[in-house]
Design a protein around this ligand. Structure first.
Ligand SMILES: CC(C)(COP(=O)(O)OP(=O)(O)OC[C@H]1O[C@@H](n2cnc3c(N)ncnc32)[C@H](O)[C@@H]1OP(=O)(O)O)[C@@H](O)C(=O)NCCC(=O)NCCS
Length: 180
């Protein structure tokens, strides 16, 4: 999987590097916004455990393994020398969402609302079409996550089924885009 340069100067998508990226990931989740980010991503309160450098390295290492198993492609989002988030494409259907499914998290809250999500998801849509040669792309978001909803809607994603509630009582919306 190659690095992806974006139209935003110095913003690149790169393969995860656990040693390099784990301290950044820990800083997002240890910040006062960390819990809010995890809830927006669809973690239930009861699932949120203390994060550590070791647990972040393990998560990043797992992303690398999933790529070797052809189950998921993951890029970290980097601004110059700083890791600010991650974006991933699930390559296999799960009970929750059809594949390929894109998911994004800008972990560093200072970087949100600046058009980065839009640029990165745009690159993922291009990747699915040009590199995976597929025309359908899926995602899902917590139904009340207005920024995720606005981001996906801005590309023309539309609801794939109705809002549903999971076993944690979280309300989700699945979405789909046909790429011409
Ligand atoms: C959701 C997320 C990826 C969006 O990325 P972003 O860089 O903040 O968003 P952008 O600045 O690119 O904005 C994209 C669109 O969403 C809209 N938007 C951004 N933040 C918004 C907010 N808080 N409320 C409503 N709309 C919002 C923008 O106006 C823009 O729409 P437009 O193109 O029609 O003007 C980012 O906020 C994030 O990582 N949040 C925490 C984790 C999360 O929710 N991930 C999504 C899980 S599905």
């Amino acid at each position: 999987m190659n690095d992806i340069k974006t139209d935003i100067p110095n913003l690149v998508l790169e393969s995860p590097d656990p040693e390099r990226d784990a301290p950044y990931a820990l800083s997002w989740f240890a910040s006062r916004f960390g819990k809010e980010t995890l809830l927006l991503m669809g973690n239930a309160e009861s699932e949120i455990k203390p994060h550590s450098l070791e647990s972040e390295k393990e998560t990043l290492q797992r992303f690398i393994e999933l790529e070797h198993e052809n189950e998921q492609l993951t890029w970290v989002i980097r601004d110059q020398d700083k890791t600010i988030g991650a974006v991933w494409i699930e390559l296999v259907d799960t009970p929750e969402v059809k594949s390929p499914a894109v998911h994004i998290m800008i972990g560093d809250k200072d970087y949100r609302g600046k058009g980065i999500g839009k640029t990165v998801v745009g690159e993922m849509i291009r990747y699915v079409k040009d590199d995976l040669n597929l025309h359908d792309i899926y995602s899902r978001h917590i139904a009340s996550n207005e920024s995720a909803k606005a981001l996906l809607n801005s590309f023309g994603f539309s609801n794939d089924g109705v809002t549903y509630t999971d076993s944690n009582n979280l309300s989700w919306q699945n979405v789909h885009l046909y790429i011409d």
